[in-house]
Design a protein around this ligand. Structure first.
Ligand SMILES: Cc1cc2nc3c(=O)[nH]c(=O)nc-3n(C[C@H](O)[C@H](O)[C@H](O)COP(=O)(O)OP(=O)(O)OC[C@H]3O[C@@H](n4cnc5c(N)ncnc54)[C@H](O)[C@@H]3O)c2cc1C
Length: 393
């Protein structure tokens, strides 16, 4: 790793570590067990984290935020996810869409929305792209007008009428502001016919449908967003008409995969630490099981994969920080695939090291294994690989 941590980074890392140890870990298992997926979020925790700046971490200093750089964000996610990946994601989802408010929005839009985001500890952000019939086609769109999102936005005077449904949306049901990807020209592929809108959660005609019941990563919520003649003023239009995909790529692309990579590696690190601790203390065959070669080898393998995953992550962070949005190497796509495979391997081995105890809910590793199992399904890996192949060609 050639990226250098400065004092501010170390302080941030320590703050996130303390928050994860003192506030997140004590509640994570209980939140995970709540059956109703719409009730897993703990608003007290969100308020406490927000008071520490965790919600608004990516807001630039010139707009009153701490302006934490990508390296700082990654360090914070790694630590928070050691406590609970879902909590880390609830916060980082806000950082991911902060550029919508601070970079792409007009001055007037920023002045309208940003103060609410800065002042309200429970003001979370989300973005709705995916629909029941349009998933990977939004990320890897074929040159066909029939592919991709169908949610429509039709202009009437100074207003737009939105109709359609999104699903799986992160912070769905808990966010106060969404960015919605709509189709404003259904006769052309989505790359040329998409427009984005800010939609506050209390907009008439907007409602939340089901909250999805996920196998893991349960603190963080995903839900359906339903728009039925949902009327927004033209003032809520984000960027140019029909340029939504271009804006996302050029103006607010963010470093989505890096955020996910840090999250999954943070959870895998926790699984490794639990397994190491267990192996040092569990005695079988007359000695702690870490003394049995088969167990020791598994721990060494886990350690090796985590080191490699982190090194890869920081290589990509460095590329992103040096080249900004121009950094678009195959690594940026593939690092998420590598980190996911790393975390799946590490958590699987952690389960094995715990023996029968591994799959018992009173122990921490089965939750981590379930949490990690969500990752191949986000930003589906085969599409990530396809996107990287395009860079390699
Ligand atoms: C936890 C979670 C959080 C999410 N958060 C958000 C969010 O905040 N906002 C949002 O808009 N969406 C969100 N999504 C949706 C996510 O982006 C999609 O699930 C993802 O894009 C895949 O789409 P899909 O589920 O429809 O799968 P499909 O597109 O139906 O894919 C099914 C399978 O086919 C493969 N496949 C599809 N197309 C191709 C192709 N052209 N070539 C080769 N293989 C292909 C895929 O890799 C996958 O294995 C979230 C999903 C999850 C699970």
């Amino acid at each position: 790793m050639t990226v250098q941590l400065v004092e501010e980074h170390r302080a941030l890392q320590q703050m996130a570590r303390d928050f994860a140890e003192q506030e997140i870990r004590p509640i994570a298992a209980a939140r995970d067990r709540i059956k109703d997926p719409a009730k897993t979020i703990d608003w007290d925790l969100i308020r406490k984290g927000s008071a520490l700046g965790l919600r608004t971490l990516a807001v630039p200093e010139k707009f009153g935020g701490p302006g934490v750089d990508l390296l700082g964000q990654v360090l914070v996610i790694l630590e928070l996810a050691r406590g609970d990946g879902g909590v880390a994601k609830t916060f980082s989802q806000c950082w991911k869409w902060t550029p919508m408010l601070c970079r792409l929005a007009t001055k007037e839009q920023r002045e309208h929305f940003l103060p609410k985001f800065m002042e309200d500890d429970t003001y979370l952000l989300g973005l709705g792209g995916t629909e029941p019939d349009a998933g990977s086609d939004n990320r890897w769109p074929p040159n066909d007008p029939r592919a991709g999102w169908k949610t429509s936005a039709v202009k009437h005077g100074d207003e737009w009428v939105l109709n359609g449904m999104k699903h799986y949306i992160a912070n769905g049901g808990v966010a106060k502001l969404y960015v919605i990807m709509t189709r404003t020209d259904p006769t052309v592929p989505i790359n040329k016919g998409t427009t984005m809108f800010f939609v506050p959660s209390d907009t008439p005609g907007f409602r939340i449908g089901r909250t999805h019941d996920k196998v893991g990563w349960r603190f963080y919520q995903n839900a359906e967003l339903i728009m039925e003649n949902c009327i927004v003023p033209d003032f809520y239009r984000l960027g140019e008409v029909n340029q939504g995909k271009t804006h996302r790529r050029d103006d607010v692309a963010g470093f989505n995969d890096v955020e996910l990579v840090a999250n999954v590696l943070g959870m895998a690190q926790a699984a490794y630490e639990h397994a190491l601790d267990y192996a040092r203390n569990r005695v079988q065959g007359g000695k702690p099981i870490i003394g049995h070669q088969a167990v020791g080898l598994m721990l060494a393998d886990m350690y090796m994969r985590l080191e490699a995953g982190r090194a890869y992550l920081f290589k990509v962070v460095e590329g992103c920080m040096e080249e900004g949005h121009d950094y678009d190497s195959a690594s940026k796509q593939l690092v998420k695939v590598f980190a996911t495979e790393t975390a799946i391997s590490v958590t699987q081995k952690a389960l094995e090291i715990y023996g029968g105890a591994g799959i018992m809910k009173e122990n921490p590793v089965e939750k981590l294994w379930r949490d990690v199992s969500v990752f191949p399904h986000l930003a589906a890996d085969s599409v990530q690989i396809l996107r990287s192949v395009e860079k390699l060609r």
